[in-house]
Design a protein around this ligand. Structure first.
Ligand code: HEC
Length: 143
């Protein structure tokens, strides 16, 4: 091989390797979910201490979690396809439930906060049961 061919070949390899690592990078959704999980823990902490302000703030973070970047949206949409409407509607259920949780916390109504927290957890579970395993298998090759 002459030098030019070597250089072109090396360049192509770098491109191939980097495009591969981009494709297998974890979804930004994973970090968003981990943050939602931490905020749920803050809510539990707040309930135990009747710190309703903390519950309100954490519920707001759950309701208004960041949306994934465009690159994620494209990856998710191209995988989920026609199920995207279901995915989005499950996401709205979590959003709406977290909004109500914040409202109950603002009223300092402990019993209602706890009941609404259970409702919120059920909305998480609904999406996880429907999509999580499939995402793990598709995006990370996990069985
Ligand atoms: C619309 C669907 C959907 C909703 C609603 C949803 N999740 Fe998730 N969640 C997922 C998917 C898909 C994954 C797997 C993402 C991945 O591994 O890339 C996930 C993963 C997670 C993880 C694991 C993150 C990690 O570090 O691997 C946590 C924690 C989590 N979700 C918490 C929650 C909580 C708490 C709620 C409700 C307040 C919730 N999720 C609502 C779809 C959803």
């Amino acid at each position: 091989m002459n030098n030019l061919k070597v250089t072109v070949f090396a360049g192509l390899s770098v491109l191939l390797v980097s495009s591969h690592s981009v494709a297998s990078e974890p979804l930004a959704l994973q970090k968003i979910m981990a943050d939602i999980g931490s905020n749920m823990e803050r809510i539990v902490h707040g309930i135990a201490r009747e710190d309703w302000m903390l519950v309100e703030q954490a519920a707001d973070k759950v309701a208004n979690h960041p949306t994934p970047p465009m690159t994620d949206k494209v990856r998710i949409l191209s995988y989920v396809g026609t199920d995207m409407a279901t995915f989005k509607s499950l996401d709205s259920k979590t959003h709406d439930s977290a909004i109500v949780l914040g409202q109950e916390a603002a009223k300092k109504d402990g019993a209602k906060v706890i009941a609404q927290f259970a409702d919120l957890q059920n909305t998480c579970l609904a999406c996880h049961q429907r999509f999580r395993q499939a995402f793990k298998a598709h995006f990370y090759g996990e069985k």
